[in-house]
Design a binder for this molecule. Structure first.
Ligand code: HEC
Length: 103
């Protein structure tokens, strides 16, 4: 737990020095670490699995896609279920977080 808190603080410091909304990056990181990384990983997807990488992707693309999964205009049993409970700000935060990572 201490390590996680520490890396969160480091991340916050890094982001705020770049003039980004640190709170949304921090929240996005929490969602990514707790949920998405199980399949997509953080920087690269889990080995030998058909999960598309997310790091460094266009933020607007990620947001649009996640909303399509949420309203089921894009079908994927897995993603429809996962994104179903995310709010607009959850989606925005996690998209912003992944988009800013270097793959
Ligand atoms: C249980 C595994 C699993 C988890 C957890 C998961 N995903 Fe996915 N994700 C997938 C799979 C499988 C696909 C490919 C689905 C398809 O073909 O549309 C996918 C596709 C995507 C895509 C589309 C990528 C593209 O290239 O169009 C995005 C964006 C995405 N996931 C984001 C997320 C985010 C953000 C989270 C966390 C909130 C998350 N995923 C959690 C399995 C997962």
């Amino acid at each position: 737990m201490r390590l996680i808190a520490l890396s969160g603080l480091l991340l916050l410091g890094l982001m705020s020095s770049q003039g980004v909304n640190a709170a949304s990056i921090y929240a996005g990181h929490a969602t990514a670490a707790a949920v998405c990384s199980q399949c997509h990983g953080i920087k690269t997807p889990s080995a030998d699995a058909p999960f598309p990488p997310l790091a460094g992707r266009d933020a607007d693309y990620l947001k649009t896609t996640l909303k399509q999964y949420r309203d089921k205009t894009r079908k994927s049993d897995i993603m429809n279920a996962i994104v179903g409970s995310l709010s607009d700000s959850d989606i925005s935060n996690v998209a912003t977080y992944y988009a800013r990572l270097k793959p």
